[in-house]
Design a protein around this ligand. Structure first.
Ligand SMILES: *[C@@H]1O[C@H](CO)[C@@H](O)[C@H](O)[C@H]1NC(C)=O
Ligand SMILES: *[C@@H]1O[C@H](CO)[C@@H](O)[C@H](O)[C@H]1NC(C)=O
Ligand SMILES: *[C@@H]1O[C@H](CO)[C@@H](O)[C@H](O)[C@H]1NC(C)=O
Length: 395
């Protein structure tokens, strides 16, 4: 009787202390999460950030397949991925010549890079332009659970950007975008423009679906487009939105379990708003209609994106955006002396500031640095394998 009562008291005490322990642990976690101040370490170019938060108990993803979509802020994303590859001694799929493409208009295939000196190393990162073939990119990255990501943009804005950047008017009898849209009302002209692409078939209508590898001949087949969009939703872990750059980066950080320092982006070739073309509501509608396939893609992934943000939590999102901008601010202060964007004049100075060089490398310059590193790694691997073959000689 007595021992039963003692047992009961012990049980009560046990339950009480367990509850107390859980309470303390929660409090501790909360404190840790509230620590939003991130200190960037500039001491070495290749140094990994200091591990301070409990969040970093997740394991950083080291394999990423990124589809570099034309005119969707994709150079910014490419910089991030290639810089990460360089810092972490990862291998990226890169063409041998000074060119930002592997494939297009042909779809991606490993055959396109098999002649590169670093091909024997295997690949971790894909971040150059191509026309996507999901199974081929997956195969190229091998095992290790790669994350597949891309970034898309509202299709009419994207087309406007392409029109200027690739000088579409030159191929259309020197007409402006509004004039082009007025002509689209003519069914004969519209039919003529159905499969219109320029520069080795690389750029034109529905650029996003084209970059994703969708066949041009099926642009007006709504069933096939919808099917393809569904497949894309299965293949990609995360589709970012250009109009939501900061939110995209925050969610990307959490998907990849990287540090904000890894995801810093500086404005390198942002377009001035003064060149933006004003379209009438009718022209806007015509364009949207003509780009129906891309619009279907965009609305599907915009919806998925908004749901992701909601699930992440608006308050947490604001807090994470503050962490991101505080990290960017530190780098801007340190490397750009507070200037908002990187002019050519600044670039030289930034490259000489310790710990800043990589932030001032972009496009071909960054590709070159990475290629040199991969080439060297590949040479070392070959030398090592020759060493292994050398017969043991006793003198
Ligand atoms: C950060 O710390 C956690 C827990 O101590 C560890 O598991 C993780 O590997 C660390 N991350 C890095 C990038 O060092
Ligand atoms: C995509 O790549 C896979 C695997 O390499 C290949 O079998 C397939 O034929 C490719 N698809 C197209 C449409 O080229
Ligand atoms: C193209 O059009 C613009 C304005 O409409 C005109 O100033 C320019 O001279 C034209 N260029 C050619 C090559 O016709």
């Amino acid at each position: 009787m007595n021992s039963k009562r003692n047992y009961f008291i012990l049980l009560i005490i046990g339950v009480f202390f367990s509850a107390y322990a859980v309470f303390c642990l929660n409090l501790y976690n909360k404190r840790q999460n509230e620590d939003t101040h991130i200190i960037v370490d500039f001491s070495s170019e290749k140094q990994r950030p200091v591990n301070t938060s409990l969040e970093s108990t997740c394991k950083p993803r080291r394999k990423v397949g990124f589809l570099k979509m034309h005119k969707c802020a994709s150079s910014t994303l490419q910089n991030i991925f290639l810089r990460y590859a360089y810092i972490n001694d990862l291998n990226a799929i890169l063409p041998l010549k000074r060119w930002n493409y592997v494939g297009s208009p042909e779809l991606f295939s490993l055959k396109l890079v098999e002649e590169t000196p670093w091909h024997n190393l295997g690949y971790d990162i894909m971040a150059v332009h191509t026309r996507w073939n999901h199974s081929a990119v997956k195969e190229a990255l091998g095992g290790g659970d790669p994350a597949f990501v891309t970034m898309i943009r509202e299709p009419t804005q994207l087309f406007e950007s392409l029109y200027g950047y690739f000088k579409f008017y030159k191929f259309l009898g020197n007409i402006t975008l509004p004039e082009f849209l007025d002509k689209l009302e003519d069914t004969k002209f519209k039919r003529k423009m159905k499969y219109w692409r320029i520069q080795n078939n690389r750029y034109g209508r529905n650029q996003m679906l084209f970059d994703l590898g969708f066949p041009v001949k099926d642009f007006d087949n709504e069933i096939k487009v919808k099917q393809f969009v569904e497949e894309t939703a299965i293949n990609f872990d995360f589709v970012m939105i250009t109009e939501k750059m900061e939110e995209s980066i925050v969610l990307l950080k959490h998907l990849l379990c990287w540090e904000y320092k890894d995801l810093v982006f500086l404005k390198l070739n942002a377009r001035h708003d003064s060149t933006k073309i004003k379209l009438s509501a009718r022209q806007e509608k015509l364009l949207k209609n003509w780009l129906k396939a891309d619009s279907l893609l965009y609305s599907k992934f915009r919806k998925i994106f908004d749901e992701k943000v909601e699930k992440f939590g608006y308050e947490k999102m604001e807090e994470e955006k503050r962490k991101l901008s505080s990290t960017i601010d530190q780098i801007v202060q340190r490397c750009l002396s507070g200037e908002k964007s990187l002019t050519n004049l600044l670039i030289k100075k930034v490259r000489q500031t310790p710990g800043c060089r990589l932030y001032a490398l972009a496009g071909f310059d960054l590709l070159d640095v990475l290629k040199a590193a991969q080439w060297k790694r590949s040479d070392m691997a070959v030398l090592h394998s020759l060493d292994m073959l050398r017969p043991e000689v006793k003198i």
